[in-house]
Design a protein around this ligand. Structure first.
Ligand code: SAH
Length: 354
């Protein structure tokens, strides 16, 4: 038997082709697409489509690709952390953050991660598999339904490395941006990567208006090699040279993520070295004290250290902000919740029906 088609992973064009293949008109494709983004979960709910066609569609495809397993709500700031159960039993997490400018969701792109950053919980057990484009979209739809409000901004900063699942992530961007679907503008989307250079070059060519965030976390190779193994393949010089190509091509300012790890990368000389490396670039540095992860012996820098670090960057002409820590009472660091959940074996033995 052929594999069932996951409708949330389909572009309008693919749905049009599917409709024709099933013997109906091309325009059905667009109808199916808009139903999915109205949030229906059952093909039977597509009320302007004939029962016969819906039956045919059900034979070959499905909409629902995940269920909410658990929601943790922060009492501090309205942040919500979701554990989602995929149809194959894997678990992923997403985070909803409430900002003045709108609801922002942080989505995962893989089950686990293989990049091996020493401070991150997502990568501790490696990568299990890539998410499909429909499973990245599914996170947005599930959370939107749960809060009953529109999500206007997306950050690809959950578990996983977006550039290690490049094709699905690119398809996700194009579908999420579609005016007949969720219509989320490219400027409201941030993609964060640890810096896989060939994919960065490819993305520059695409010239999208998204915000690119690069996880830098260290001002020199010696230190970055220690905390981010990817640096041994694409070192800081290669990475920053490619970032320059990126900004030249897209005219978009890059955000450099810098998690401050106590006694590791948070010293004055690190700030000075970082400022030198970034000088003249169209960029901005986002500082965040490390979210402590139980299994890692690393600790976050004190708030004061973060202010000092920011001050040095600014004095040296580099724009820098200190990111607010949201959801610190609900295990909001990457991959933390999923990991503790799996270890406590709280996973119910259920497999949702399609
Ligand atoms: N793989 C991508 C996106 C996922 S991680 C990337 O590397 O950018 C999103 C951001 O959170 C990255 O900047 C990552 O380095 C950072 N991060 C991971 N664990 C963290 C922790 N414990 N505390 C603070 N930031 C963390």
């Amino acid at each position: 038997m052929n594999e069932m088609i996951e409708l949330k992973s389909c572009s309008i064009k693919e749905l049009e082709d599917l409709s024709i293949e099933l013997g109906d008109k091309k325009f059905r494709g667009k109808q199916i697409f808009s139903w999915i983004y109205k949030g229906i979960e059952d093909i039977d709910d597509m009320s302007n489509i004939s029962k016969a066609f819906k039956n045919q569609l059900k034979q070959v495809s499905y909409i629902k690709n995940m269920d909410i397993l658990k929601v943790l709500k922060s009492k501090l700031d309205g942040t919500r952390k979701y554990l989602l159960l995929l149809n194959d039993g894997n678990i992923i997490e997403s985070v909803l953050m409430k900002y003045k400018h709108g609801n922002t969701i942080c989505v995962s792109t893989q089950v686990g991660c293989k990049m091996g950053c020493t401070f991150c919980a997502s990568t501790i057990d490696g990568v299990v598999r890539n998410l499909t484009c429909g499973e990245i979209i599914g996170q947005v739809l599930e959370v939107q339904k749960d809060i009953g409000e529109r999500i206007s901004n997306i950050v690809l900063m959950g578990s996983g490395e977006p550039f290690d699942n490049y094709e699905e992530v690119m398809k996700f961007l194009s579908i999420i941006n579609d005016p007949s679907g969720l219509n989320i503008g490219m400027r409201n989307i941030t993609l964060s990567t640890c810096g896989i250079v060939p994919k960065l070059i490819d993305l520059a060519e695409k010239n999208l208006q998204i915000t690119l965030a690069i996880s830098l976390h260290a001002p020199n190779d010696e230190l970055r090699n220690r905390i981010m193994p990817v640096n041994k393949v694409y070192n800081i010089e290669k990475l920053l040279d490619t970032c320059k190509i990126y900004t030249k091509k897209t005219n978009r300012r890059i955000t450099f993520e810098y998690s401050l790890i106590r006694g590791v990368n948070d010293k004055k000389e690190h700030a000075i070295e970082l400022a030198k490396k970034l000088k003249g670039m169209l960029c901005h540095v986002n500082l965040i004290p490390l979210n402590e992860v139980e299994e890692r012996s690393l600790r976050g820098s004190a708030r004061e250290t973060a202010y000092d670090f920011q001050k040095i960057l600014k004095q040296n002409g580099i724009d820098a902000t200190i990111r607010r820590e949201l959801g610190s009472d609900i295990e909001a660091a990457c991959g933390q919740l999923r990991k503790s959940f799996i270890e406590k074996k709280e996973i119910p033995n259920i497999k949702p029906e399609n």
